[in-house]
Write a protein that binds this ligand. Structure first.
Ligand code: CO
Ligand code: ZN
Length: 350
């Protein structure tokens, strides 16, 4: 496992930042790119934009800094916290996890509690517990106690889970969606030699509506854009979608996502990515997705339209604290992007 890449991924995945609260991640990226970028700025929404100056053409890479999490909406009399989800959770993955509540005094630990099986009725065992019925126990004995610990309505909550190796080539953890993309774009920005002016945009609030991508694409007005994210791998038990995205078989190049309602990748961008992969013997998989979207969905509809595409790292168990990717796919994603940037100029003539 390339230890440098792992160290960067580890820092980024172990950092915490739900949508709108990406500060810790932003500071990590800033420290990586300070002195490397010709310009490093944060816009009004909180997007971090790194610029490497080239000619008048503009290429934008986007990876989102935010992770899915929760927000405290109510503190009960006995000190338990009620939360609302920020981003798309499947409630069954949330129960009995350890979490961090980010308070004005720093982060404190909490646990998602539930009834033990001993006192569950038969029908309760079969039911999925809704997030609105869940609570976080932070060890407080009263509301006042919880407030003294710094918790208030609006405090962000993230999962307490550290990145770990899994087998020889894989890693598992929380927020790999999309810190793996963030990490890849950081590496690409450091390596890429691109004639055009390169904008690496680390976006905010993707998980709640692709918001940072929308505003940053408007201000940059790129000639070509590529979102870098994770995509749904289909190579594990129980997946039944007549589609094949495998871990270890290379980055996925999106042809269309959300059955075309999200993005139909621009043909030039598709051509750039595929031809670059083929010229450089980089394995890749083509993806036609029916579910999720990425920042490219917002970017490509900016102003008069931006030719856009997506390169993603296949991931298992997305939107759980045990997401899994293969480091070979990660490294091939970095390589595909670096090589694509070197030759993207001729794909920007419309
Ligand atoms: Co996501
Ligand atoms: Zn994502």
């Amino acid at each position: 496992m390339a230890s440098n890449s792992f160290a960067l991924l580890e820092k980024l995945c172990n950092a915490h930042g739900i949508s709108g609260y990406e500060d810790e991640v932003r500071e990590l990226i800033r420290s990586e790119l300070e002195g490397v970028a010709d310009e490093l700025r944060v816009d009004r929404m909180g997007n971090l934009i790194a610029v490497r100056r080239g000619d008048e053409k503009k290429v934008m890479l986007a990876a989102h800094m935010d992770e899915i999490g929760f927000m405290v909406k109510h503190i009960e009399e006995k000190g338990f916290l009620r939360i609302t989800p920020i981003g798309g959770w499947f409630s069954q993955t949330v129960l009995n996890q350890r979490a961090f509540v980010h308070t004005k005094n720093g982060k404190i630990r909490g646990v998602f509690g539930c009834k033990p099986p001993h006192i569950m009725k038969d029908e309760e065992r079969k039911k999925v517990v809704k997030i609105e019925d869940m609570f976080i126990d932070i060890g407080a004995e009263s509301r006042e106690d919880a407030e003294n610990m710094g918790v208030e309505v609006g405090s962000p909550v993230t999962m307490d889970r550290e990145l770990s190796g899994l087998g020889e080539n894989r890693i598992t953890g929380k927020a790999i969606d999309d810190r793996a993309g963030v990490s890849a774009v950081v590496e690409v920005f450091k390596q890429a030699e691109c004639e055009a002016t390169l904008y690496a945009v680390f976006t905010v609030q993707e998980e709640v509506g692709l918001k940072g991508a929308r505003t940053s694409a408007f201000s940059i007005n790129p000639d070509l854009a590529i979102a870098v994210d994770v995509c749904v791998a289909t190579d594990f038990p129980g997946v039944n979608v007549n589609q094949e995205i495998n871990l270890g078989k290379g980055p996925a190049i999106t042809v269309a996502d959300a059955s075309g309602r999200g993005l139909i990748a621009h043909r030039n961008v598709l051509k750039l990515l595929r031809e670059t992969a083929e010229k450089n013997d980089i394995p890749y998989q083509l993806e036609v997705g029916e579910g999720g979207t990425t920042d490219a969905t917002a970017i490509h509809l900016t102003r008069e339209g931006v030719p856009s595409g997506v390169v993603s790292i296949p991931a298992r168990y997305i939107h759980t604290p045990v997401e899994v990717i293969d480091m070979r796919d990660y490294r091939n994603t970095v390589e595909l992007l670096v090589k694509s940037l070197e030759r993207c100029e001729k794909y920007m003539k419309f």
